[in-house]
Design a protein around this ligand. Structure first.
Ligand code: SF4
Ligand code: SF4
Length: 452
């Protein structure tokens, strides 16, 4: 079995973001292979923990993937302040005689954005709405590389997950859990210090806010979940997520002072992409008055280039407005109208790119998260839940097809959902041994077998 086949069989998908199947991404040749170990968002601990704990696997995995891609440059990019992780990497690179460069980034947001990493490491800008491969680069994150190493060397499939739980808990913790573990169980393991809390799945900037407490009980850990932030129900980030789009549009009309800060600090604008959120904010009130498609494209087409990084609404705007959500709204409108704005295939970074970097500490203060900053998870607890519910859709594309029914027995590492080969999809495996209780649209529920 070659590397791509082993990765496909193991069900590896990008461990952050939308869960793009890794076998598709790695079925390529590239000049650069870059590992994104920069932990893009504040408060997340997972990449750091995995880098310093599984350093050899990471280094050997990078060598394996770089060789497969025929990459002449293999780079691990992380923040220069991660001293412990850098020391561990340097030792492992020397021990394994690996040709891997460590690229030390400044502490700014969004340092871990895939396109920003590519620009910082290679000096090249990815085309608008394009892929790093278009500039000869493949980027993977830490968990993905370790997953590839485990799949190729041990035949281990993706059935468990490392994630951090931070915020209003006794102390931040790292957990290793089977995929399908209840999110509430993970939070309880960290000891929430509030009865009435809400959560963000992922980071504070791009994570999913769960503002409905009852919803938390329905959530399970999936392949793309790397962090849970526990926050008071009246926290700024929770309240901001609940403002209606109508209200945001009214605010844009009445309070936007056209200062351009949202545009000047926009990371996509700085990499030469056509995006000017201040103009979208200026024109959003006219949206319903524009029938002509060309005119609509001219006014709002640039929204398609927004990465939803959130910097404009969480940091840049002095009026507390929400250009990101207005851009997201406009992206939806462009799709609805079938408008696919022209792409700039050869963007060039602006001269101001270095000056526009937003220090993460200042961002954390603006997000009202300073009280949690600088607290780190020191150890990792393993959870062994009695019951798990494994979703068949944990990746971009088509859900996997269930291979089990109620009453069937299952073993750890066994395939329970087969990738739908009629489109983009990924295999799903089981992280405990036991019996299938039921198969529902939510996933396959499995109860752990009693140990002898
Ligand atoms: S969310 Fe704002 S800052 Fe980020 S890419 Fe979109 S417009 Fe730019
Ligand atoms: S930063 Fe805020 S006030 Fe300034 S142009 Fe952008 S949306 Fe308007």
């Amino acid at each position: 079995m070659n590397l791509v086949e082993a990765v496909k069989a193991a069900g590896i998908v990008g461990a952050g973001g939308a869960g793009f199947p890794t076998h598709v991404k790695l079925d390529a040749k590239a000049e650069y292979f870059i590992v994104n170990a920069a932990e893009c968002e504040p408060l997340i601990e997972t990449d750091k923990y995995m880098t310093r704990t599984f350093t050899d696997k990471l280094v050997l995995g990078v060598m394996m993937i770089a060789e497969h891609l025929q990459a002449t440059k293999a780079v691990i990019a992380l923040k220069g302040k991660y001293k412990e992780e850098i020391a561990a990497l340097e030792a492992s690179i020397a021990k394994n005689n690996a040709k891997i460069e460590i690229f030390k980034m400044k502490t700014f947001y969004p340092a871990g954005d895939e396109q920003i990493i590519v620009q910082q490491v290679t000096g090249k800008c990815v085309p608008e709405r394009g892929l790093p491969l278009q500039v000869g680069t493949v980027v993977s994150n830490v968990a993905t590389v370790i997953g590839v190493y485990d799949a190729v060397t041990e035949g281990k499939n993706v059935y468990d997950k490392y994630l951090s739980v931070v915020g209003e808990v006794k102390e931040p913790i790292m957990l290793k859990v089977p995929i399908g573990t209840s999110v509430r169980e993970c939070i309880n393991a960290a000891g929430p210090v509030l009865d009435d809390y809400r959560i963000i799945l992922g980071g504070p900037m791009m994570g999913k806010v769960i503002a409905d407490a009852a919803q938390i009980d329905k959530l399970v850990v999936n392949k793309t979940m790397g962090n849970i932030i526990v926050l008071p129900s009246d926290h700024y980030l929770i309240k901001k997520s609940q403002v209606s789009m109508d209200r945001l549009k009214h605010q844009a009309r009445s309070a936007c002072i056209q200062c351009r800060m949202c545009t000047d600090l926009c990371p996509r604008y700085q990499t030469g992409h056509r995006i000017k959120p201040h103009l979208v904010m200026r024109n959003v009130w006219r949206e319903d008055l524009i029938d002509d498609m060309e005119e609509f494209d001219k006014n709002f087409g640039d929204s398609a280039n927004c990465s939803s990084c959130g910097l404009c609404e969480m940091f840049s705007c002095p009026m507390g407005l929400s250009p990101r959500r207005v851009n997201d709204y406009m992206k939806g409108k462009l799709r609805e109208k079938g408008i696919n704005p022209e792409k700039n295939m050869e963007p060039k970074a602006r001269e101001s790119i270095e000056l526009s970097k937003v220090p993460t500490d200042r961002l954390i203060a603006r997000l009202n998260l300073s009280k949690y900053n600088g607290l780190h998870a020191h150890s990792c607890n393993e959870l062994r839940p009695d019951e798990i519910v494994i979703p068949m859709s944990q990746h971009i594309g088509k859900p996997a097809i269930p291979q089990k029914q109620a009453g069937d027995t299952v073993s750890m590492n066994e395939l329970i959902g087969k990738a739908d080969d009629t489109g983009l999809s990924a295999n799903i495996h089981c992280g405990i041994s036991g019996k299938v209780v039921e198969v529902t649209p939510a996933g396959i529920k499995i109860r752990r077998a009693k140990e002898a």
